[in-house]
Design a protein. Structure first.
Length: 256
């Protein structure tokens, strides 16, 4: 695969390290593309979590494969069983990856989703395979018991309608640009407040999708999420030409 994608294993490893830096995996240094022990081939639990989040967030189709417990190959001549036993016995498990070598011992990136909350638990250097699974389940249990995901904004929903100066129309709908939410401790949802930064009157022209402001969500005065507020539609600037066209059109309609 490395040779197909990059031309050689060495070039592919370079790409792996560049991607790791891009994701903020500052404790990681790849020396090979197969994961077998090698001097200087290192990572951390935090970096594994960052890599796992990237995979789940931007390539969610992966869970269609990581949640398969058993499958057959070659018309049933051979079978494969998922090495991640959490898939079989943990409620909401979505993956993700096991790994073990003689030096690294038993490792696991375990992911699960319940009630809209997705968590990742990373175990490294487990003394046995069973330990990595039991410890990962403890971490996930702790997360689901103590935290919840609060949806702050949904892309496309209208926040409010504001007046437009010197526009071909008098107002524009302001909508959320993206979905946003935050992980908070259970019981704190009612303490989340909002802070809107938005001019009440804006002058045309305005393009569709133009940023008009932003909204901050705060918990105990700390910002936990921010979403841009954008224009739902285009508003052209009022000129003598389009003002005449608009007035003439209305007049013509009245005559009919």
């Amino acid at each position: 695969m490395a040779e197909f994608l990059a031309g050689s294993e060495e070039l592919f490893v370079e790409q792996m390290n560049l991607k790791a830096k891009e994701l903020g995996m500052n404790d990681t240094c790849f020396k090979n593309c197969h994961g077998i022990d090698e001097d200087g081939h290192l990572t951390s639990s935090n970096d594994i979590a960052l890599m796992s989040r990237e995979l789940l967030s931007n390539h969610p189709k992966i869970t269609e494969y990581t949640t398969i417990w058993m499958d057959s190959l070659r018309n049933g001549e051979s079978e494969l069983v998922n090495t991640n036993k959490i898939i079989r016995n943990y409620n909401g498990a979505t993956g993700l990856k096991t790994g073990s070598t003689s030096l690294a011992l038993f490792n696991l990136s375990a992911s699960a989703t319940r009630d809209g909350l997705s968590l990742i638990a990373v175990i490294m250097r487990g003394e046995t395979s069973a330990i990595r699974f039991s410890e990962a389940q403890k971490l996930l249990d702790y997360g689901f018991s103590n935290y919840e995901f609060v949806q702050c904004a949904k892309a496309g929903d209208i926040v409010k309608t504001i007046e437009i100066n010197k526009g071909t129309i008098s107002s524009v709908d302001v909508i959320y640009e993206t979905d946003s939410g935050a992980l908070i401790k259970k019981g704190e949802k009612d303490n989340v407040t909002t802070q809107v930064v938005l001019d009440e009157k804006i002058s045309a022209p305005i393009s569709k999708g133009q940023k008009l402001g932003e909204i901050h969500y705060l918990l105990n005065d700390d910002i936990i999420a921010t979403t841009n507020l954008i224009a739902k539609q285009e508003v052209k600037k009022l000129t003598l030409v389009n003002m005449f066209t608009h007035t003439f059109g209305k007049w013509f309609c009245l005559l009919r």
